[in-house]
Design a protein around this ligand. Structure first.
Ligand SMILES: *Cc1c(COP(=O)(O)O)cnc(C)c1O
Length: 366
């Protein structure tokens, strides 16, 4: 028997997640020294200096296992949100929590519902559990929560929502969200993935945490990978009913948040100045890039996050041409946007380098 016949067919057929190209790889492959990465929605200012200082101290403790319950960090996050610690579940990135939710609630014969062009991990997690993903069409690059609700059936166990969504940068608003919550049957877990929460400027943005009290099947995901600039450490968390948190604890590995990560995140949470500066750099970058996209006649999706989905005609071609100019963006064919690239907002000089390269590349292709 073939090894691949011993696993679920949906697992054998999986294609692993394609991350943004690392800077070192581009330097090596193309012989470039000056490379800018605007491909993974990372914080261009780097990690919080307070987190870096905490990491230096933690190095000496690395012979010890971390606190398996991440007690200090769990308490701090709980206090930050005004809930008790039994509402908090920490994950090795919020992506680990997505996988654990699929592991808990999905299996062959069941399905999960999301939108087309949603964050790619949802579909991978469904397939890993042998469940089917049902996707509703978008409306104007935005999740259509009514269409998503229409797809829910007796076999649905999870609804995956990203707000803002990656790679579109768009949000759904409070009214649509409340309409969806009101109609969901009680066999459906609703996942509100708010990885870009801090960046949102739209006043009609619903903070999913406000709905937890009335929704025992809701889990709200946040992460330290984006605005806190700690993507490399892998820490995210879910806020949910204690019953949900217990179920997740039943299936996680015992030391899923490593010792360095716990130390750094504890420190980063006190660094309001770093968060403030990040928002400022992002907003200035958004204004600059929007002006330049308009000047270059490029259609882009207005963003509520720290990245843009931009229609460049042939996304793969422009991605490759930009690489040769030392700028890494993300091609979007995997998201069924073959005309687009996704561009993270960078530092002012990074944004300028991107625009100069983009202008050159588009000119060559015209
Ligand atoms: C970046 C991102 C995450 C965060 O992933 P981590 O595992 O916490 O690094 C989650 N959801 C979406 C939609 C994202 O874009």
């Amino acid at each position: 028997m073939k090894l691949t016949d011993l696993v679920l067919p949906s697992v054998a057929a999986l294609k692993p997640y394609e991350p943004g190209k690392p800077i070192e790889e581009v330097q090596r492959e193309l012989g470039l020294t000056d490379v800018v990465k605007l491909a993974s929605n990372e914080n261009p200012l780097g990690p919080s200096p307070m987190a870096v200082a905490a990491l230096r101290g933690a190095i000496e403790e690395l012979n010890r296992y971390p606190d398996g319950g991440s007690v200090m960090l769990t308490r701090k996050i709980a206090a930050h949100h005004g809930v008790t610690p039994d509402h908090i579940f920490l994950g090795c990135g919020s992506v680990e929590i997505l996988n654990l939710l699929a592991y808990l609630f999905l299996r062959p014969g069941l399905n999960a519902v999301t939108s087309e062009h949603a964050f790619a991990i949802y579909e991978l997690a469904d397939a890993a559990s042998g469940a089917i993903t049902k996707t509703a069409p978008m409306k104007d690059y935005t999740f259509d929560l009514d269409a998503i609700g229409d797809l829910v059936d007796a076999h649905t166990r999870i609804i995956w929502l990203a707000n803002p969504n990656n790679p579109t940068g768009t949000i759904y608003q409070r009214e649509a969200w409340e309409r969806l919550l009101a109609r969901l049957p009680d066999h459906v877990v609703i996942v509100a993935d708010e990885a870009y929460f801090e960046f949102v400027r739209d006043p009609y943005y619903p903070n999913a945490l406000d709905y937890l009290g009335a929704q025992p099947r809701l889990i709200v995901l946040r992460t330290f990978s984006k605005i806190f600039g700690l993507a490399g450490l892998r820490v995210g968390y879910g806020v949910a009913d204690p019953v949900m948190v217990n179920l997740l604890n039943n299936v996680r590995q015992p030391f899923n948040i490593n010792l360095m990560a716990q130390a750094a995140v504890l420190a980063a949470m006190d660094d309001d100045e770093h968060v403030r500066r990040t928002l400022e750099v992002n907003l200035r970058g958004i204004e600059y890039l929007e002006g330049e996209f308009r000047r270059l006649n490029l259609a882009y999706v207005p963003t509520q996050a720290n990245f843009f989905l931009v229609d460049v005609g042939d996304g793969m071609k422009v991605f490759n041409a930009l690489l040769r100019q030392g700028v890494i963006v993300r091609p979007m064919h995997g998201y069924r946007f073959p005309r687009h690239v996704r561009i993270s907002v960078g530092l002012p000089e990074e944004n300028r380098k991107l625009i100069a390269a983009l202008e050159k590349v588009l000119h060559q292709q015209a």
